[in-house]
Design a protein around this ligand. Structure first.
Ligand SMILES: Cc1ncc(COP(=O)(O)O)c(C=O)c1O
Length: 208
């Protein structure tokens, strides 16, 4: 087979070992004589797989005990409205650093007041705004840590006086993150960590 590499933003090259163990799990999961896609989600084997996945997330991102790790459906775009539906009581603030951030702003406006504290739309999202003030009278401040289309990125975990919610769809696992600085981190798994259709959510337990 001719090996072809995908260098686009999004799904990319996987280690050969990962591909081979996925194929083997689909063919014969854990030597049980049946494939992973053919068993119930209630079987101990599947539950073990999910528990191991969560444990790896906790280990790799050093996720504190007071955070829940959820694997949901719907893609990151579903979180664009799940988040305001759950947390926007009066007003939310946004840093608008790309088209995905703009889409999140649009959805939040259906649920309450939205303040865009800074935006780089004037230069087609080719920079990350600096010197903005995060208001303290908002329910949360939403950021998109990587602008997938231009690759402009917030490379550090910012200090935030209110609950900080971050869409990390396209930079999760690319650097260590201080999870304790965030109320919630979410993203579509399909770029950096898994198959399309899975949404990861790391959320402080008191918010659930
Ligand atoms: C930063 C960012 N947020 C959200 C999305 C939307 O993700 P989904 O396709 O899972 O809804 C994307 C997709 O490219 C993205 O890059």
């Amino acid at each position: 087979m001719k090996q072809v590499h995908n260098f686009n933003a999004g799904p990319c090259v996987l280690p050969k070992q990962a591909v081979e163990s996925a194929i083997e799990a689909i063919r014969n999961f854990d030597n049980t004589g049946i494939g992973l896609l053919e068993i119930s989600h209630r079987t101990p084997g599947w539950e073990r797989t999910m528990a191991e996945t969560e444990a790896l997330w906790r280990e790799l991102l050093n996720i504190p005990e007071n955070y829940e790790v959820l694997f949901l459906g719907g893609g990151a775009s579903t979180q664009f409205f799940h988040i305001p539906a759950n947390f926007l009581k009066t007003k939310a603030a946004f840093l608008q650093t790309g088209v995905w951030a703009k889409k999140a702003v649009k959805e939040a406006k259906f649920y309450g007041q939205v303040e865009v504290v800074a935006s780089s739309e004037d230069k087609n999202y080719t920079y990350v705004p600096k010197n903005y003030t995060i208001p303290t009278d908002v329910d949360y401040f939403h950021i998109t840590t990587n602008n997938t289309i231009y690759g402009t990125e917030l490379k550090t975990d910012i200090d935030c006086p209110v609950n900080l919610i971050a869409d990390m769809s396209s930079d999760i696992m690319s650097r260590p993150v201080d999870v304790s600085k965030y109320a919630m981190i979410y993203g579509g798994a399909q770029k950096n960590v898994g198959p399309a259709g899975v949404t990861f959510v790391i959320i402080r337990k008191d918010l659930i």
